[in-house]
Write a protein that binds this ligand. Structure first.
Ligand code: MD3
Ligand code: FE
Length: 203
């Protein structure tokens, strides 16, 4: 069922649950060709979240900064193509939230181990910020923080569970957000991990 979270943000609880096992098999296939890496931030810190990508473009971070590129800087190879199932799910969910022409060209895959977190940040490396981001959570649950337009604004906390899909568009697109440290646990499909897929139109 669809619930508005804030203006432009819609949560589709459990929307991807039936497809979770197939989505995870595709995540494994992607990771086999371009393994998960802990990227280094421009400030020199190793991220606790491990990342890989699929699609024409992939997001990564290194000493030069944050950017979308056609190749994985760790391997020099192009990112694996976005699986058809990923694309169809992202487009269907975007449509259910009122975004009819979403054509993702990048899928960032985040892998969280217990204790991993993502500090408050804004996503603004994409060219057209009128395009939404579709996020799919799999495995262990996480507490998501949803703030305002300034780093110091109050945050709302939302539990994101296995199979939850959120579409972030409109004014929500530029809100600060983050993930609190993941609690240890074992999920039947993902073991000790949480995965998050974010579908983006990067250019
Ligand atoms: C709100 N990922 O990859 S997903 C990210 O769970 C990211 O891995 C988190 O933030 C994760 O950039 C949160 C939910 C999400 C994704 C993108 C957003 C929320 C967003 C962009 C704008 C506003
Ligand atoms: Fe983000």
């Amino acid at each position: 069922w669809a619930e508005p979270l804030a203006e432009g943000a819609v949560i589709l609880r459990r929307r991807a649950r039936e497809q979770a096992a197939s989505l995870l098999a595709q995540v494994e296939a992607v990771a086999q060709s371009n393994p998960f890496h802990h990227r280094i931030t421009p400030g020199g810190h190793r991220m606790s979240v491990a990342m890989t990508n699929c699609g024409d473009l992939g997001w990564s971070s290194d000493a030069r900064g944050y950017q979308y590129t056609g190749e994985d800087s760790a391997t020099g190879r192009r990112w694996p193509p976005m699986p058809q199932m990923f694309r169809l799910l992202a487009q269907a969910c975007a449509q259910e939230a009122g975004f009819n022409y979403f054509q993702p060209d990048a899928c960032l895959i985040n892998r969280y181990e217990p204790g991993a977190k993502l500090s408050l940040h804004q996503d603004k490396d994409e060219k057209d910020l009128r395009q939404p981001i579709v996020s799919v959570s799999l495995g262990l649950p996480a507490v998501f923080q949803f703030g305002g337009f300034e780093r110091g604004d109050a945050v709302q906390r939302v539990l994101l569970e296995h199979g939850d899909v959120v579409v972030w568009g409109g004014p929500s697109r530029l809100r600060f957000h983050g993930i609190l440290p993941i609690k240890a646990g074992i999920h039947p499909l993902t073991g000790a991990f949480r995965y998050n897929l974010t579908f983006r139109r990067a250019r």
